[in-house]
Design a protein around this ligand. Structure first.
Ligand code: SF4
Ligand code: FES
Length: 232
């Protein structure tokens, strides 16, 4: 099939304002959007800049807007979106170049929720055990790959970039509800602050955007409830 990729470009060293470039070429319906972008980079215009690494939906580096929707370019088939495809960077982050956005603040927000195991218990001889039922409580949020598709689909984040955002809350959830962890109070303190979970207006954009099908809005609701119960 003949496809037309319309791509957001921002190359501040050659042009001050962003613009769109269009590329037409032949592709298979079973090619992924990332295959098309690689074709452009390797055959048509080597100056196109984007992030990608694993190419298999694991690293989370190639989240971008594809026909207006946040997706991973390596997980979307050209045949599923049609012959005219518009590609833009994630919304709400500053664009560094073309499809590459500045994610420093995103990772600061991630670090702010203490996304690691906190425990005073001495290390056991083998693993720190927990039952399957205890693991099930937070299993869904372990699937996060930090692609930022959720946070950059969130109108609350667009209007206030200090909002910690759904991705950081998902990461916090993974530890808050882990029976082996003892850092819950600290995390709930961070998330109960002005720009924490209460900025979430339950819009569900995050859940729709997540390429890992994490029930993000539910996880945020569970964190809100934990904060409310703690204060009760
Ligand atoms: Fe990406 Fe989903 Fe993690 Fe958000 S929760 S960063 S959309 S994997
Ligand atoms: Fe790693 Fe797409 S390149 S998730």
């Amino acid at each position: 099939m003949r496809v037309k990729f319309k791509i957001y470009r921002y190359q501040p060293e050659v042009r001050e304002e962003p613009y769109f470039d269009t590329f037409e070429f032949d592709a298979e319906p079973t090619d992924r959007i990332l295959d098309g972008l690689n074709h452009i980079r390797w055959q048509l215009d080597g100056t196109l800049v984007l992030r990608r690494s694993c190419q298999h939906g694991i690293c989370g580096s190639d989240a971008m807007r594809i026909n207006g929707v946040n997706r991973l370019a390596c997980k979307v088939l050209i045949g599923d979106v049609g012959a005219r495809i518009t590609i833009e960077p994630l919304m709400g982050f500053n664009v560094i170049k073309d499809l590459v956005v500045d994610m420093d603040d995103f990772f600061d927000q991630y670090r702010s929720v203490l996304p690691y195991m906190i425990t005073e218990q001495p290390p056991p001889e083998a693993e720190r055990l927990q039952s399957p039922a205890e693991q099930e409580v937070y299993d869904d949020t372990t699937k996060c790959i930090l692609c930022a598709a959720c946070t950059t689909a969130c109108p609350s984040f667009w209007s206030n970039r200090d909002f910690v955002g759904p991705a950081a809350i998902v990461q916090a959830h993974r530890f808050i509800f882990d029976s082996r962890d003892e850092g819950t109070d600290e995390r709930l303190e961070v998330l109960g602050e002005r720009d924490g979970v209460w900025r979430c207006r339950t819009i569900f954009n995050c859940t729709e955007a997540c390429p890992r099908d994490i029930k993000i809005t539910r996880a945020i609701g569970e964190v809100k409830k934990a904060i409310a119960l703690k204060g009760a």
